[in-house]
Ligand binder design. Structure first.
Ligand SMILES: Nc1ncnc2c1ncn2[C@@H]1O[C@H](COP(=O)(O)OP(=O)(O)OP(=O)(O)O)[C@@H](O)[C@H]1O
Ligand SMILES: [Mg+2]
Length: 284
């Protein structure tokens, strides 16, 4: 066991990539994670960044539905040695690369020994390829979701103004603060009536966080509840491409601009460090 851990640390140390890995998550389901992850990824592609999106949600297919693209293979095929990572990457609009976790998300916990090493090594091929890697996760604080969230260097928490969504966001943020205090955590308020309602949600959440855990998150932006977004979803189109002039698209571009403009310390261990952390969380 110790030998394996040491071997993994060596593999990870050799890494020189600085892909930014951003987990998009929420306490409550159905608050807009998938739409925000897909559209932010596309907005960054429009800004000439190289972006990948990994769907690690075990629930219903998510990214597939929003983009109308179903990758034929997933991480499970890589773990079983049937496909390489390059094989399973589907191409989305604007050069966005899409990778589906599929059954592989739970299989990761069972990888050990040389299979785990082969997988971590195979991530090398992604190292220099992407500026941003987005993870569309499931909701809540179950270990299978949290392992991916806590392993990411940046976390985007989505909530709506709905009281249950805010309460669940608070519960999730408390766990993140405790388990991953060094992560860069930001908040997006979705489906707000307007910017003042969204601002109020963010300040309420932050005042509770300040009071109980002496911490606050960066409020990075909001999206209003908008029929064009819902229409885009029903047409299996990302709103950014279907309705580029909509308020949602404008907000997405602003948030993407803010993300891209931030200088994140380049000590991050990139994709290999990320997956070995996920493995550690899943198996500890
Ligand atoms: N800003 C918005 N305006 C209008 N409708 C929205 C908005 N954001 C999301 N929706 C609606 O909410 C639905 C759920 O969004 P989405 O699938 O992105 O949520 P999710 O958090 O990924 O859900 P899950 O937890 O099931 O993965 C979408 O199908 C869409 O119809
Ligand atoms: Mg989703």
């Amino acid at each position: 066991m110790r030998d394996q851990a040491e071997g993994l640390r060596k593999l990870v140390r050799k890494q020189s990539s600085t892909s930014r890995i951003i987990a998009v998550t929420s306490g409550k389901g159905g608050v807009g994670k998938t739409n925000i992850a897909v559209n932010l990824a596309l907005a960054l592609c429009q800004m000439n960044h190289r972006v990948a999106l990994i769907d690690v949600d075990l629930g219903l297919a998510n990214v597939d539905i929003v983009l109308g693209i179903t990758p034929p293979f997933n991480l499970g095929h890589v773990f079983r040695g049937e496909k390489t990572l390059k094989d399973i990457m589907a191409e989305g609009p604007l050069g966005l690369r899409i990778l589906s976790g599929g059954s592989g998300v739970t299989d990761l916990a069972n990888l050990s020994g040389w299979r785990l090493e082969v997988f971590i090594r195979s991530l090398e091929e992604l190292n220099s390829e992407f500026d941003f890697i987005f993870l569309d996760t499931g909701a809540g604080i179950h270990r299978s979701v949290l392992s991916f969230v806590l392993a990411a260097t940046e976390i985007l928490v989505i909530t709506t103004p709905e009281p249950t969504a805010i309460t669940d966001a608070y519960g999730l943020l408390k766990v993140i603060n405790k388990e991953s205090p060094e992560a860069r955590v930001r908040l997006v308020v979705n489906m707000a009536k307007n910017s003042s309602e969204a601002g109020l949600v963010a300040s309420k959440l932050n005042s509770v966080l300040r009071e109980y855990v002496d911490w606050e998150v960066d409020y990075i932006g909001h999206l209003v509840q908008e029929s064009q977004l819902a229409k885009a979803v029903s047409e299996q189109q990302p709103v950014l491409l279907a309705f580029p002039a909509s308020m949602s698209s404008r907000s997405i571009r602003e948030i993407a601009g803010a993300l891209a403009g931030e200088k994140i310390p380049t000590t991050s261990l990139g994709i290999k460090g990320f997956f070995s952390k996920v493995h550690h969380f899943l198996t500890s």
